[in-house]
Structure formats: C-alpha cells, structure tokens
Write a protein of this length. Structure first.
Length: 242
C-alpha cells in the first residue's frame, strides 16, 4: 500500500516521524507548506497522510466522512480503533482523538484502486494553494496573514456511486468561501471521475484564520515563496534519489 512507506509500527501502534510526514507532503501531495518541514517549530503531520493510512488499513467505503479534531505532532504512537457504530478513531495513548471517521456501505479492498484514489485525492489537495485558494480569497477581498498563514483542514467526505472497474480521478466542481470576521470557511466540491464519467462526489472543508484585507503585493510574495519552496523540495528530492 502507498501509505505504508510513511509510517512505522511500534508495539502495535503507528508512529509517523517528521521526515516521513514531510516526504509524504512533498512527494505525494505536492504540499510545500513550511508547517510540514521536519524542523518547523509548529510542525504537524498532514491530515491527508492520516486519511491515506485509514483507507489503506480499513478500505474505501461507499460513504466516508473524516473529521479532523486536533493537530498531530511527530512520533506520537497512534491507535486506529474501530467502534461498534461504524466509526474509526485515531487517537494517542491518552485517548486524545486526532481523526474521527464515520463510514457506511460496501467497502473497496482492492489495493490498486485505493492507491489510485489516494493519489488522486491528495494531488487535488496539493492544488489548494495557490491554484484554488488565491483566486477565491481575491474574489472576496480577503487573505490570510502573509507572515503566519493559517489554513486548517477540518473535514472531508466521499460518496461513491460505482465501485466496479473504478479508475478514480478528481475534478474540481465548485469552491466557496464564507467570511466571518477574521475567519473564513472554505468548501471545495469535486466530481469523482472514472473513465470520463462522474461516479461520486468528494467534499473538503478548510478553515482560514487571521483574515485581513487582500493585498496583491503581499499575496504575490506568498506565491513566490511557495514556488521557491516547491523548487527547493523538488531539487532535494532529485538529489536524494541520486
């Protein structure tokens, strides 16, 4: 499974190191947010990696909702617990829940389909900024703090209408932003495609913090820094491969 490269199992619990999480963010998701750099002061594991591990271990259900409860730091031993009400909880030894998953319907266990779906989903996530969020914020005249951009992953849901011969790909359908003071709630809706036809829907919710008036010059600087980090990450990845 794709996700197995990005964690280890210790005493029956899953442990994600900072380098593993950072590698996933850059290589699989195309996410170069500095918060996922191993030496970041406020480092956190990408939510998409937890998503990938869940579907890799439990399969891809016909209907699934993922709710992210807390940010996860590096090297915290995790339990993936199934409850009797079709719920999966990802928690630490103290019982703190980081991710809650509800599911129903038939379950896809085909490893190739799960890997393909995971790659398609996290690739779409990697395009959130600047491709989707920048024009969305600009159209509403707001932006996050350029010195401390806050983009929090709140939830995602998937509904699959067809499971046979699934060749998953995601196509952005709609992007909405609701502004409430210094907070913004973003909803991204995707068509789940297979062989040119829509076979389901995927929805993702993000929270933007510290909103302020949109400044083209400041946003240009953020975008420039994003592509600088992306170029640096790509270069380092090529060097490591050599």
């Amino acid at each position: 499974m794709l996700s197995e490269r990005f964690y280890t199992v210790q005493d029956g619990r899953i442990v994600i190191t900072a380098p593993q999480a950072s590698h996933f963010a850059k290589e699989i998701a195309g996410d170069f947010n500095p918060i996922h750099d191993p030496d970041a002061r406020r480092f956190c594991v990408p939510g998409d990696l937890l998503f990938a591990i869940v579907v890799g271990r439990f399969g891809l259900s016909e209907n699934m909702t993922f709710r992210f409860r807390n940010l996860l730091g590096a090297e915290i031993p995790l339990e993936f617990r199934e409850t009797g009400d079709n719920t999966i909880e990802v928690c630490d030894e103290a019982g703190k829940v980081y991710l809650e998953v509800s599911r129903s319907g038939a379950v896809i266990q085909d490893e190739q389909v799960i890997d393909d779906f995971t790659r398609a989903y996290v690739a779409a996530s990697g395009k959130n900024f600047p491709h989707t969020l920048k024009p969305l914020m600009e159209s509403h005249g707001v932006m996050f703090n350029p010195d401390r951009p806050m983009v929090m992953y709140e939830s995602m849901s998937v509904a699959i209408n067809k499971q046979d011969n699934l060749q998953p790909d995601l196509e952005l359908n709609k992007a909405d932003l609701e502004v409430a003071g210094k907070r913004g709630n973003v909803t991204l809706s995707y068509h789940l495609m297979s062989d040119g036809s829509s076979v389901g829907e995927v929805s993702k919710r993000l929270m933007l913090g510290g909103l302020r008036e949109y400044c083209p010059e400041a946003m240009a600087g953020i975008v420039e820094e994003f592509y600088r980090l992306k170029a640096r990450g790509t270069r380092l990845g090529m060097e490591n491969a050599d």
